[in-house]
Structure formats: structure tokens, C-alpha cells
Design a protein around this ligand. Structure first.
Ligand SMILES: Cc1cc2nc3c(=O)[nH]c(=O)nc-3n(C[C@H](O)[C@H](O)[C@H](O)COP(=O)(O)O)c2cc1C
Length: 363
């Protein structure tokens, strides 16, 4: 398994869905960064299943324990270890999936890869619950980035076929936390909630798209060619279970237009070089341009659904039908908004430290 991410600002994820705890160790964090556990908890609460439409009935306090690396409220330069305990477990719901793998989940390839020794309870290492560790790491990355004026925000832009109208990146800062769905546009949010409820009533699930914007990133951050901004962000974001697509700026749509439409003209704006539009999503050559970084993340529908599906009984070597019971999210997207922000922040923090944007000691 590969459980660490980053070159200098390096995070190591640990824990399983139904083990004692899930958590993260953050190494390579600059010293002198102010850390308030209440801020970490605020981010965790956005991920925690609570009022989000379609969230799993598995409710837990997800109270953060910050075990090391902070003294008198400031990072010391030593590793930070953070965890939350698993307090609400029903492992019996999962006892069949080692033998009868859930379509769309990791049960089958994990059994092959780890010879059946992987922890299957609640999906084990493949559960969305491990992303609580990502959020704790992200809260540290965000605290570091805020010292150099970089801020990361995300919002829900699509659920199923319902798409919110596009909005300026700067507006995401104002609105990204207004509702449990994380959608800026109230009219779209109402339709999205309806789509989630409809899927739930059918015993089905639905996916969607999260857009993340980074404001205040100066030009020149990134380590081309093999650790450019797109690659490092994609690597971090694809660590989030259920993420199946990513695009930057105009993304796939740019492949259908001419260069004269796709290129972002340079302009002088009050003495600063900017671009007149931002179809490159704030990245050229793997380096930041100084414009807002814009990344969209496609999240698939939750695999565990109660509608009967075809699968196989691996012990009997026979096709069977599976209707999944247990506690699952009808839609992962609302809970994933803060997870996307967190992984983008971790990737940027690592590149920020490597490029010298972030000093080793924050005064
Ligand atoms: C926050 C979050 C919550 C999730 N909740 C569920 C869930 O309740 N049920 C489920 O089957 N999958 C859930 N997933 C997705 C699975 O973990 C994921 O689809 C599975 O590990 C297979 O990986 P893949 O979809 O990336 O290929 C969740 C993912 C995240 C990020």
C-alpha cells in the first residue's frame, strides 16, 4: 500500500473504517504556524455526516485529538499526529462482501491484491471515512498557506444532471459554506436536493461535481516537468475514494475549440500582468500563472445501493444478486466538498514549501 503523499510537506494516512480510529501524520510542516484545534474541528464537522442531504445515518462526533507537533499553539517543526475515534460501528453489515463483492466498491480487487487479509469491515482502508485524516491534514496545510495569502474554497456545481450556473472564483469565498449541500445557487441547490431524495427513494445513488478554486496563489509555483501543478493536484485528489475525473479551467471543452479561443490573452491590470480570461485554470506549463486556480472534480454515485445488482459469490464461483443493506451515503458529493479543498491544499502546501513560497519557519 502507498499511504504517504508529498515530498517535503508529507502526510501519512492511517486507520480503517471500523478499527480504533482514523488519522494522519503530517511531517515537514514549517515551524511557527498557529494551529487552533477548533479550526481543525470546524473542517471535520463539514465532512462529518450530519445535515447534508443524502448523508449516511452513521453519525459520530469525529472529535479531533491533536497528539503532537504543536506547543503553545504553534507548530514546532516536528510531526503532527491527529486522529478521530470510530465510535459507531456495525461490522456485521459487511460480513458478506469478502465473499460477494459489491459492484463499484473495492471489495473484489482488494481481496485479490491483499490475499483476503485486508480489513473488510466497513470497507476498511477503502472507506470514505479515511478522508477524515485528509481533512485534518488539509487544515494544517491551509493554516500554512494562509501565512502567504493563499486560500482554498470549493463548492458543489453539479448533482446528477442538475448543474449550477457558473460563477466567478472570487464569489466562492463568500458563499461556499452557506448550506449543507455546498452549492452557491439556491435554486440549483433545491433541485439537487430533490435529485438526491429521488435517488434515495429508489434505493439508488447519485454523483456530481465539486469545483475548487485557489485564490492568492502567486505566479511560478509548481515543479515541472514531473511535479507540475496539475499532476500533483490530480495525484492528491485521486486519492479521494469515488473521484473518477478531474479537469483544470476549460478542461475537456478546450479540446473542441481553436487556439484563438482557448488562449488567455495577457493584459496589464493596475501594473500587474493578468490574463483577460482564465480558460487555462491558472496553470501553464505546470506552473501557476497568478490567476485563480480552478479545478473540477467528478465524483461517481455511491457504489453501495439497495437496488438488486449482479455480482458473484467468489467461494461458490456462481453469479448471485446482491441488494446492499447497511448505512451509506446516497450522495457523496456534499461531504466531499471539504475533502477536495483539503487535498488541493495539501498538494499546494507541498509545492509551496518546495518552491520557496512558504518559508521553513513562519514568523
Ligand atoms: C466522504 C465519502 C463518503 C463515502 N461514503 C460511501 C458510502 O457510504 N458507501 C459506499 O459504498 N461508498 C462510499 N464512498 C466511496 C467508496 O469509498 C469508493 O467508491 C470505493 O472505495 C471504491 O473506490 P473508487 O470509487 O475510488 O474506485 C465514500 C467516499 C467518500 C469520499
Amino acid at each position: 500500500m502507498s499511504n504517504s503523499l508529498g515530498t517535503v510537506f508529507r502526510i501519512t494516512s492511517f486507520g480503517e473504517s471500523h478499527g480504533e480510529c482514523v488519522g494522519v501524520v503530517v511531517d515537514g510542516c514549517p515551524a511557527g504556524v498557529s494551529i487552533d484545534p477548533a479550526d481543525i474541528q470546524t473542517y471535520l464537522n463539514r465532512r462529518r455526516a450530519a445535515e447534508q442531504p443524502g448523508a449516511t445515518p452513521r453519525k459520530e462526533p469525529d472529535a479531533v485529538r491533536l497528539l503532537s507537533g504543536v506547543h503553545k499553539g504553534l507548530t514546532t517543526g516536528a510531526p503532527l499526529c491527529m486522529l478521530i475515534e470510530n465510535t459507531n460501528i456495525q461490522s456485521e453489515d459487511y460480513s458478506d462482501y469478502e465473499r460477494i463483492p459489491r459492484p463499484g466498491h473495492a471489495d473484489y480487487p482488494a481481496r485479490i491484491r491483499y490475499g483476503g487479509f485486508n480489513d473488510p469491515r466497513g470497507g476498511g482502508r477503502f472507506s470514505g471515512r479515511i478522508t477524515a485524516g485528509f481533512v485534518m491534514a488539509g487544515s494544517i496545510a491551509r493554516a500554512v498557506l494562509s501565512h502567504v495569502g493563499v486560500q482554498v474554497y470549493a463548492h458543489t456545481v453539479a448533482i446528477g444532471s442538475i448543474e449550477a450556473p457558473s460563477c466567478e472564483p472570487e464569489r466562492v469565498r463568500e458563499f461556499s459554506r452557506v448550506d449543507a449541500l455546498g452549492c452557491i445557487d439556491p435554486a440549483s441547490a433545491a433541485l439537487m436536493e430533490g435529485a438526491i431524495e429521488e435517488a434515495k427513494a429508489r434505493g439508488d445513488s447519485v454523483g456530481g461535481v465539486v469545483e475548487c478554486v485557489v485564490l492568492g496563489l502567486p505566479p511560478g509555483v509548481g515543479e515541472p516537468v514531473f511535479a507540475g501543478l496539475e499532476g500533483e493536484i490530480a495525484r492528491a485528489v485521486f486519492s479521494i475514494p469515488a473521484v473518477k475525473g478531474i479537469e483544470f479551467g476549460g478542461g475537456f471543452a478546450l479540446s473542441r475549440v481553436r487556439g484563438s479561443e482557448s488562449n488567455d490573452p495577457y493584459v496589464m491590470d493596475r501594473g500587474v500582468v493578468r490574463t483577460a480570461k482564465n480558460d487555462c485554470g491558472g496553470i501553464l506549463g505546470g506552473l501557476s500563472t497568478g490567476m485563480p486556480l480552478v479545478v473540477r472534480v467528478g465524483i461517481k454515485p455511491t457504489p453501495s445501493i439497495s437496488i438488486a445488482q449482479r455480482t458473484v459469490d467468489l467461494d461458490l464461483g456462481r453469479e448471485v444478486e446482491l441488494s446492499i443493506t447497511g448505512r451509506h451515503d446516497t450522495c457523496i458529493v456534499p461531504r466531499a466538498v471539504v475533502v477536495v479543498e483539503s487535498m488541493v491544499a495539501c498538494a499546494l502546501c507541498d509545492l509551496g514549501v518546495r518552491s520557496g513560497l512558504v518559508p521553513g519557519v513562519v514568523a
